[in-house]
Each structure stands twice: as structure tokens, then as C-alpha cells.
Design a protein around this ligand. Structure first.
Ligand SMILES: *Cc1c(COP(=O)(O)O)cnc(C)c1O
Length: 394
């Protein structure tokens, strides 16, 4: 559909779907098929030769999945999108497609644990090297770049300390060296942050999180320039094969329709909790880019719409007190995902970041007293009441 682009809040609901073609069905159909029959042998030949558009086999493309890919591309202000069976299928397809043996990736600190694992594997098996960089100053970023660097890979906010990386600064340095910038935008969703608008080359999502939004699907998405997406589609998606199922695409199309409403409520609730946490005697420090006293607040204003739905805080005490806090909760669930309707709490030092050696952890600000909360959509007073009664017992 080559229509003029509407506002974000309209595109999440309508983009790329014309119900009149499908009996007026308000919800899009699920094309639950593995393959597509050709009308003639000639048509089969033409489809394979790429001279005629059309579907061949669902690993190479499927109409339900395509609808989601087109929708996410528009939401990220990108040319094309591509769907994967998980966030990690997306991350691995991107990194394998973009790098060759002897090349180097500069990576932000605190990246997702399995992305960290993938980088180790790429180094050990394929000699694609990497190094980590805090990316908090221009000097630091310049210093991290080597002659063989071909990719900068970032997550902002940095998990779980919620410090931001100035994407405009990273892009300006990367452009000087002809280096591609890839952003894992999972924590923000396109509603809060659009890295392609700032000049980044590729956006990745674990759609399992805010895009799905209901904790019932594992999925990944990427958005970027048509050429790059096409290349990934025809190599590391097609030949490694981590594709998304039509049903999961349908769940994500459904989830996306409320993304803007959910994100604003996640942010409202997070702001409320931060205000209350700051004034509780058992809390040492809060970490939230949407908080005016955060060192990242100026960058937040520049590149994000709002502060997001993830908050961290340090309690007075250590591991024992942190675990006690988690065990005292009733409404809030102990779990490591994020972006769901339910408020989820986790202890990074013993859960998401347990694989990081203790000294590196502490250097990154991940102390035993740090707690991360994925703020849900419940009544903010109820979330706070649960947290408060647990904090009061410490
Ligand atoms: C969850 C997550 C991933 C991995 O996504 P899956 O869908 O679990 O494979 C990657 N990056 C970030 C930032 C995540 O939170």
C-alpha cells in the first residue's frame, strides 16, 4: 500500500492491511501454510528467477509475516523489516551477515547475556573479534575503534544500570570510519526511540518484549535499508533458517495495536515508582533516564520520547536483603523478561548478569544490592504498595 503515512498511533493499528480483500475480516488472516502452489511450471520458474513477485515457501516469505515486517518498518521509519523466530535469531543473523573473519565489533557494555555468548562463539569459531566500551565519552568511543572495526553494536538504555548512550555521537564517529551502527532497541520500542532517524544503520528487537507485550510469544524483528535487509533475508535468515511462524506474526500484529497506549502507561507507572522509591529509607539510589536527576536525562530528552518502563534501584544491604525483598512480594512476579502487562522483578547479580565475573559486574555498577523492575500495567498504587510493604521489612 503506497498511501501517505499517518501518525504512529494510527499506523500501529492500520498499516498494510486492507480488510476489503479478505471478506471484511477486521483481524488479518493467518496464512498457516508451509508452501505456495504455482499455477504453471512457468510461474514457478519465474518466481525462482525473481522476475515475478509472489510467494514460494514460507521460510522465504509468508503473507502474514510480511504484513508484520512492513508494519514494523514503517514504525521505525525504515525502508524494510524482517521477522525472526526469536530476538537471538535476529541478533545472530545480523552479526553473521555484517561481519567477516578478522573483523572487529565495538560493543556497548552490559549487553544481553546471549548476545554476549554469541560474540564469544564468533570469536572462537570464526575469528570475528570484539571489545566492550562504556561509550559515555567521545574519547572512549574513538579509542575503542580499530582499523579492522566494521560494526558498532549498542543497547541503550544499558541494562540494568539504565545509563544511555548518545546515539548521535556514536553515529558521527562511525560515519567518519565507514562503520555500521546496529542498535538493539528492545528496551524502548519504536514508540520511545527511533535509532534510524538519528542515522543508525540497523535496528533489532526482541519482539518477545514490548512489541508482543503480553508475555506469550518469542520473536525477533529487524529494520533497515532495503539492500541490507534483502541481503540478510537471502543469506542468514533463509539459510540458517530462524524464521517466524505465521501465528506468532499474527500475535505480534495484535500486540502492536496497543503499543503506544501500553508504553505511555508503562512510563507513567515507572515515573510514579521512581518518585516513591527515592523517598523510601531502605533505598540507596534509583536509576531511571526519565528522572531529572539522572546523569542521562539530557540524552533522554534528545533521543527518547520518555524514560521507558524499566527502572533499577539499589537497596541498602547486599545479596541477602535483595533476595529477601524479592521473596516478600505478592503482586510483583520474580521473572527475567520485560515489557509485559505484569510487573516483573529480578536480581541482575544472580540472574541476568550472573555470567559476568564479579569484578566486571561491579565495574559496570551491577552490585549485589541492585534490583531491576520491568514496570507493568497494573494500578501504580498497587505496584507501589507491594514494593513498599516488602521494603518496609528490610
Ligand atoms: C530478550 C532480549 C534479547 C533476546 O531476545 P529473545 O526473543 O529472548 O531471543 C535480545 N536483546 C535484548 C535487549 C533482550 O532483552
Amino acid at each position: 500500500m503506497d498511501k501517505k503515512k499517518s501518525r504512529f498511533e494510527t499506523e500501529v493499528i492500520h498499516h498494510g492491511y486492507d480488510s476489503s480483500i479478505y471478506h471484511g475480516s477486521l483481524a488479518p488472516p493467518i496464512f498457516q501454510t508451509s508452501t505456495f502452489s504455482f499455477q504453471t511450471a512457468q510461474q514457478g520458474e519465474n518466481r525462482f528467477a525473481g522476475v515475478e513477485e509472489g510467494y514460494i515457501y514460507s521460510r522465504l516469505g509468508n503473507p502474514t509475516v510480511k504484513m508484520l515486517e512492513d508494519r514494523i518498518a514503517v514504525l521505525e521509519n525504515g525502508e524494510a523489516g524482517l521477522a525472526f523466530g526469536s530476538g537471538m535469531a535476529a541478533v545472530s543473523a545480523v552479526l553473521i551477515a555484517l561481519t567477516k573473519s578478522k573483523e572487529h565489533i565495538v560493543c556497548s557494555q552490559g549487553i544481553y547475556g546471549c548476545t554476549f555468548g554469541l560474540l564469544q562463539l564468533l570469536k572462537e569459531k570464526y575469528e570475528v573479534t570484539h571489545s566492550f566500551c562504556g561509550m559515555q565519552t567521545e574519547a572512549e568511543i574513538r579509542e575503542a575503534i580499530r582499523p579492522e572495526t566494521t560494526c558498532i553494536y549498542i543497547e541503550t538504555p544499558i541494562n540494568p544500570t539504565m545509563a544511555l548512550i548518545d546515539m548521535e555521537l556514536v553515529v558521527s564517529i562511525a560515519k567518519e570510519h565507514n562503520i555500521k551502527v546496529v542498535v538493539d532497541n528492545t528496551f524502548c520500542s519504536p514508540y520511545l526511540q527511533k535509532p534510524l532517524d538519528i542515522g543508525c544503520d540497523l535496528v533489532i528487537h526482541s519482539a518477545t518484549k514490548y512489541i508482543g507485550g503480553h508475555g506469550d510469544v518469542i520473536a525477533g524483528l529487524i529494520v533497515g535499508a532495503k539492500d541490507m535487509i534483502q541481503e540478510i533475508s537471502m543469506t542468514t535468515l533463509k539459510d540458517i533458517g530462524g524464521v517466524m511462524s505465521p501465528f506468532d506474526a499474527w500475535l505480534l500484529i495484535r500486540g502492536l495495536k496497543t503499543l503506544h497506549v501500553r508504553m505511555d502507561r508503562h512510563c507513567d507507572n515507572a515515573e510514579y515508582l521512581i518518585d516513591n522509591l527515592k523517598n523510601h529509607p531502605a533505598v540507596e539510589q534509583v536509576f531511571y533516564p526519565g528522572d531529572v536527576s539522572s546523569p542521562s536525562y539530557a540524552i533522554m530528552k534528545k533521543q527518547m520520547k520518555r524514560g521507558g518502563g524499566l527502572i533499577s534501584f539499589a537497596i541498602k544491604g547486599g545479596k541477602a536483603e535483595a533476595q529477601q525483598l524479592l521473596n516478600e512480594l505478592h503482586l510483583i512476579k520474580i521473572a527475567v523478561s520485560l515489557g509485559d502487562a505484569e510487573t516483573l522483578i529480578q536480581h541482575p547479580a544472580t540472574m541476568t548478569h550472573a555470567v559476568v565475573p564479579k569484578e566486571n559486574r561491579e565495574q559496570m555498577g551491577i552490585t549485589d544490592s541492585l534490583i531491576r523492575l520491568s514496570v507493568g500495567l497494573e494500578a501504580k498504587e498497587d505496584i507501589w504498595q507491594d514494593l513498599k510493604q516488602a521494603l518496609d521489612k528490610l
